[in-house]
Design a protein around this ligand. Structure first.
Ligand SMILES: NC(=O)c1ccc[n+]([C@@H]2O[C@H](COP(=O)([O-])OP(=O)(O)OC[C@H]3O[C@@H](n4cnc5c(N)ncnc54)[C@H](OP(=O)(O)O)[C@@H]3O)[C@@H](O)[C@H]2O)c1
Length: 298
């Protein structure tokens, strides 16, 4: 297969690229950054796919600045919804399969139980609304051959994310106040990348006219941001003390769901996956991070 991966400079794009380099995968991958394929222009998208042909698109690009999106609604909607709609139209008319990544933020977090794929969506911020509009566009255009994977609290060895932020802050501060009343599950982008590559290899994915589906994926277990920060600091050996605070003591432009746990039953059963605990994956990522920083010092 000829496979296009968008968002190549983002966390998930880079994680997939690193896995593809390590593995002997029998497909040709093209990784594109914003410079090669700018999703903020429909005419750009149109002309790109006129000259480039693929069998599968893995769409890792997105407008992911959750708070900024509250004041930048049009751009967030363009990248998370209108561009996705156009990519789906192109995929449908050219028999291209699509794997698209979405978010737990399509839920309001008020259920206080694990969310399954069929639960009612009700996003409480602009980012979640635009991501949901992208999902709905795919499902209405592509009755077949699309997979949407909703994930949560993504972090990796690359770019800005919660792990990198806490590590930086813990080096400079004796105390950090972290929200303890929002519950979710961290997802290591390397694990999600591996899941995507396993799905591609699976015969079920390659069936002709496979009905389009939504799946949920995160690491196993659950925690608050406070628990997550404490674990990061423990693993790093930093001396910083983490204090629990409430959401109301840390105001943000965008509201976050209180309790957004994703059930992984469907994806693990269908693709026969073993899902790592969030603590094990965090340790693995942080070990890689320290190797990366040691290498950079040499
Ligand atoms: N991060 C999370 O906590 C989280 C949680 C749940 C779901 N997700 C979803 O998971 C997926 C991957 O997220 P991530 O953490 O890897 O995101 P990320 O690190 O923010 O990467 C997003 C990528 O999209 C690219 N992009 C943004 N605007 C673009 C445009 N106009 N044209 C082309 N590319 C553009 C960015 O390019 P630049 O580098 O040039 O900006 C970047 O490479 C996304 O669909 C996201 O919505 C993320």
């Amino acid at each position: 297969m000829f496979i296009l991966v968008t968002g190549a400079s983002g966390q998930l794009g880079k994680s997939i690229e690193s896995l593809v380099k390590k593995d002997n995968i029998n497909h040709s991958f093209v990784f594109v950054t914003r410079e090669q394929l700018d999703l903020s222009s429909l005419s750009n998208i149109h002309s790109y796919f006129k000259t480039h042909k693929f069998d599968l698109i893995i769409n890792c690009a997105a407008y992911t600045a959750v708070d900024k999106a509250e004041h930048d609604r049009e751009k967030a909607n363009m990248i998370n919804h209108l561009a996705v709609k156009q990519v789906a139209e192109i995929a449908k008319s050219n028999n291209i399969k699509l794997i698209h990544i979405s978010t737990d933020f399509v839920f309001d977090g008020l259920k206080h139980q694990t969310y399954s794929e069929s639960d009612t969506t009700s996003p409480i911020n602009i980012y979640g609304k635009t991501k949901l509009a992208g999902e709905n566009a795919i499902l209405s255009i592509m009755k077949f051959d699309a997979i949407i994977i909703r994930t949560s609290w993504l972090y990796s060895e690359y770019g800005n994310n919660f792990v990198a932020t806490i590590l930086k802050l813990a080096q400079k501060n004796n105390n950090l106040n972290i929200v303890s009343d929002q519950i979710g599950t961290p997802t290591y982008a390397g694990d999600l990348g591996r899941v995507i590559l396993n799905i591609i290899k699976n015969d079920k994915f390659n069936e002709l006219e496979r009905v389009s589906e939504i799946y949920h994926y995160s690491n196993a277990g659950c925690c608050s941001w406070y628990d997550f920060a404490k674990e990061i600091v423990n693993i790093s050996g930093a001396k910083c003390i983490i204090n629990p605070i409430n959401t109301e003591d840390y105001p943000t432009a965008a509201k976050r769901p209180e309790y957004a746990l994703l059930s992984k039953k469907k994806i693990s059963k269908e693709f026969n996956l073993k899902i790592n605990s969030w603590q094990d994956s965090l340790k693995y990522c942080m070990k890689n991070l320290s190797t990366v920083s040691l290498l950079n010092k040499e």
